[in-house]
Design a binder for this molecule. Structure first.
Ligand code: GBH
Length: 451
């Protein structure tokens, strides 16, 4: 294929997540989530920002779907807020919560936009956290019940289901570093959470396969990054291998090989961490075939050996490449390498969706009323070229979802980091097309990377 051209039928999309955009946190019977609790806890989120209003998408979803139609996207990846569907996480369902997603899906269908639904993008019902959250095995079973409830009601309208978004981030940032909800700093809770997140995927997958006639496809989304040593010291190389073992292989190996990576199990055992040994039937269920793998890619990780560091004996270092407003290096080549590695080591011919890729920059509305974001256009262009090269080399990438449709609640950074191609004025809720939105519209139209 010509450089920068995409195969016919390539799925062009944008992505969001419920807590980051919806607002309306107390409306129509929605229950509390761990992110409501966390963001309302002083000191946890930048300047005390919360998702109470966010982009007010709950009320403005029709206009937002119109924006997507104008962009020309073929697909929209969003997440369902579990506490809208089951306010207590289990037990009594809340039909008004389901109605919102039905209305959203109807609006998308009217515009010919395919819904890609993530079942969990970090907003666990607080009631389940109080029963132990993801560190507790029962949460995986409650997730499967919630998933089955949605499969039975929405499957005909949903061609792609994603069980979990970034279990690494949920387990490690939520339970080990404490940067995310529920804000724990307990490595053992992190490992239990990681396993129960994978188990919840497996149980939902089972419910999907066994629950009668289904129309869609189902997969999981991982955040994956190439991990590279900062120097050529063999100790740094071993440190890079360790972070790769936690960030990438800790999730890929169970899903595609049915076992946690043995070098990492040995590493943690050497630290005296009594990792739970999951039952074989759980490991088998986690490795059950999926229909696609979702990949979120932002950057690489550069690491150095650091003997004093607990758990991983390494530290991340700042790389030399230009950075986004998040401080993440712009490294498009990493995406191509990651995709090649996935195909050779894990996924083979399994279709891949890039379920997130994008960048935050310090955007501002200029006097002419436009938002000029050339750095984002360059980021997107170079990453799309990397994807198109990987496709030309035979990696079956079937779609690309730009993170994000619009500026939104960037977790612990609140509204201070803007990832959207639509600029959001959080005082007026106006959506303003950044230059990158105009550019992305032309890419979609051409089915090719354009200038
Ligand atoms: C995604 O997370 C989220 O799915 C999305 O909700 C969010 O808005 C978006 O990206 C932008 O942040 O330094 O060891 O933690 C991406 C989170 C951040 C996870 C970088 C991996 C690097 C590994 N990623 N992180 S580490």
């Amino acid at each position: 294929m010509t450089e920068g051209r995409f195969p016919e039928g390539f799925l062009w999309g944008v992505a969001t997540a419920a807590y980051q955009i919806e607002g309306a946190v107390a409306e129509d019977g929605r229950g509390e989530s761990i992110w409501d609790r966390f963001s309302h806890t002083p000191g946890k989120v930048y300047q005390g920002h919360t998702g109470d209003v966010a982009c007010d998408h709950y009320h403005r979803y029709r206009a937002d779907v119109e924006e997507m139609a104008r962009l020309g996207v073929g697909a929209y990846r969003f997440s369902v807020a579990w506490p809208r569907i089951f306010p207590q996480g289990r037990g009594q369902a809340n039909p008004k919560g389901l109605d919102f997603y039905r209305r959203l899906i109807d609006a998308l269908r009217e515009r010919g936009i395919v819904p890609v639904v993530t079942l969990y993008h970090w907003d666990l019902p607080q009631a389940l956290q109080e029963r132990g959250g993801w560190a507790h095995r029962d949460t995986a079973y409650r997730f499967a019940d919630y998933a089955a409830y949605l499969f039975d009601r929405l499957d005909e309208a949903v061609p792609y289901w994603i069980t979990q978004n970034e279990p690494f981030v949920v387990a490690i940032l939520g339970h080990v570093t404490g940067e995310h909800a529920p804000g724990l700093q307990d490595p053992m809770a992190g490992f239990r959470a990681a396993h129960h997140l994978l188990l919840s995927h497996a149980l939902a997958l089972q419910a999907y396969r066994e629950g009668g006639r289904r129309h869609g496809r189902i997969g999981i989304t991982l955040n994956l990054s190439p991990v590279e040593p900062a120097g050529d010291d063999p100790e740094d190389e071993a440190a890079a291998r360790r972070l790769d073992g936690l960030l990438n292989r800790w999730f890929l190996d169970p899903l595609f090989r049915g076992a946690y990576p043995s070098d990492m199990v040995a590493h943690f055992a050497g630290l005296g961490l009594p990792l739970p040994e999951p039952p074989q039937e759980e490991m088998r269920a986690i490795a059950a075939p999926i229909d696609f793998l979702g990949v979120n890619y932002y950057s690489r990780q550069l690491v150095r050996h650091e003997p004093g560091e607990p758990l991983m004996a390494m530290r991340q270092v700042e790389g030399p490449l230009p950075k986004t407003a998040m401080g993440w290096e712009v490294y498009p080549e990493g995406l191509r390498r990651l995709l090649e590695r996935l195909r050779h080591e894990y996924t083979g011919e399994l279709p891949i969706l890039i379920t997130e890729n994008g960048a935050a920059f310090d955007d501002a509305v200029s006097p002419d009323g436009a938002v000029h974001d050339p750095a984002r256009v360059a980021y997107l262009r170079d990453h799309l070229l990397a994807v198109s090269r990987a496709i030309d080399d035979g990696v079956p990438v079937r779609g690309y979802f730009l993170w994000s449709l619009m500026d939104n609640f960037e977790w612990a950074h609140g509204y201070s980091k803007r990832f959207g191609v639509l600029y959001v004025d959080f005082d007026t809720q106006a959506r303003i097309w950044k230059d990158s939105a105009h550019w992305y519209r032309r890419v979609i139209e051409a089915n090719a990377v354009v200038d």
